[in-house]
Design a binder for this molecule. Structure first.
Ligand SMILES: Cc1cc2nc3c(=O)[nH]c(=O)nc-3n(C[C@H](O)[C@H](O)[C@H](O)COP(=O)(O)OP(=O)(O)OC[C@H]3O[C@@H](n4cnc5c(N)ncnc54)[C@H](O)[C@@H]3O)c2cc1C
Length: 340
């Protein structure tokens, strides 16, 4: 087995969290991992550190401390103004080699997955991808990552005792966002990195911030599957009436009927709504894993044998194109009645 560049004996007993940010705010998944990181750091008596990269980002350190970190490692450089994998991988590698943390965590987002994978190869360490839980063994400091495998049929607990840093990407929505502690202070460590334009193969022509969809925290999720067809209007109306938002299984996303950010499930987002209404969805494990934290599940499906009914608290056997318009109409009538 190849040795990691950082030997376990020289790794510092610290937990680092790579922090994604947009528009001057830390992303929700980064806050979630900071919250979990704080819990692990307290159990181990280790410091929790945030890793911030960008062009002008040092002011974000205040948010990092307010969400539980003891230190912020800040890397500022004009070539880090927009995310390019070449610049970010080089800057993160150089910073990790300076700080030598024992544990390094990322959000399982498109950028987080890309960056963590490249970094793991450069550091010659392992990467536990798409984790759903984390703990650290008190006596050895070994990170134990919970990962669902074989299509979700098994939950695997993965350890890497001989390589550092112990790296993992964490699925968005699995940990709660910690409360903020305004005014909390910490130590800011500014790092100089060596980057040049020749290192960067990506040329950014235009930047689109496509949406602010975040299904991880919606109170009501109205999810549609292949049975809905191309038109999600009824689902949007229902979600609007119930103060929620619309999600989908993979087939409607792949067909281009709805945005990819709305995909729920193993390769989409995990949601924890009070109520999930599943419309025209068969109930494949890859989808169900995304709503397993829902408090109440209602399923509407024309097939009485659909597996989704095994997961649902309330089962409606019927055609979605008849049930949904009736439901929307009834809710609208009830709303008008209460407004009269
Ligand atoms: C590695 C991997 C990762 C994946 N990740 C995800 C993921 O993150 N999320 C995800 O969703 N899938 C994921 N999938 C795909 C997943 O396995 C299923 O194929 C998918 O969830 C099925 O979607 P569906 O229920 O909409 O479609 P189907 O399985 O085709 O089910 C459609 C359902 O609609 C019902 N129906 C049809 N017409 C009507 C009607 N008029 N009224 C009421 N009901 C009707 C049918 O009875 C049926 O039960 C993944 C697959 C793989 C291999």
């Amino acid at each position: 087995m190849v040795d990691s560049l950082i030997h376990p004996h020289e790794a510092k007993p610290e937990i680092w969290v790579y922090l994604e940010h947009e528009g001057g705010n830390l992303q929700t998944v980064s806050l979630e991992i900071l919250g979990k990181g704080r819990q692990l750091a307290d159990e181990m008596g280790w410091p929790l550190c945030g890793l911030l990269l960008g062009e002008h980002v040092v002011h974000l350190a205040a948010q990092v401390f307010e969400h539980g970190a003891d230190r912020a490692w800040v890397v500022e450089h004009p070539l880090l103004g927009s995310f390019t994998i070449d610049a970010y991988a080089a800057a993160t590698f150089q910073t990790v080699m300076k700080g030598k943390p024992s544990v390094l965590l990322f959000g399982a987002t498109p950028d987080g997955r890309d960056l963590a994978a490249r970094l793991a190869v450069r550091l010659r360490t392992g990467l536990n991808a798409d984790c759903t839980d984390l703990r650290i063994k008190r006596e050895s400091g070994v990170l134990v990552s919970e990962v669902s495998g074989f299509g979700g049929g098994v939950l695997a607990l993965i350890e890497m005792p001989d390589h550092r840093p112990q790296m993992a990407t964490v699925r968005p929505g699995v940990f709660p966002v910690p409360g903020s502690m305004p005014g909390s202070q910490g130590e800011t460590i500014s790092v100089r990195v060596d980057l040049s334009p020749q290192m960067i193969k990506t040329r950014i022509i235009e930047r689109h911030t496509s949406s602010t969809i975040d299904l991880t925290r919606v109170p009501v999720l109205v999810a549609g599957g292949r049975g809905v067809g191309p038109d999600f209007t009824d689902l949007e109306q229902l979600a609007h009436l119930l103060g929620g938002d619309v999600g989908a299984t993979r087939p409607p996303v792949d067909a281009g009927y709805i945005e990819r950010e709305r995909q729920v499930g193993q390769t989409g987002v995990g949601c924890s709504p009070e109520l999930a209404i599943c419309c025209g969805i068969s109930g494949a494990f890859h989808f169900v894993v995304g709503i397993e934290k829902a408090e109440t599940v209602i399923a509407i499906n024309s097939d009485p044998e659909a597996p989704i009914f095994d997961y649902a608290d309330y089962c409606v056997v019927g055609d979605i194109h008849k049930v949904l318009p009736d439901l929307v109409q009834a809710l609208q009538a009830a709303r008008e009645l209460t407004h009269d």
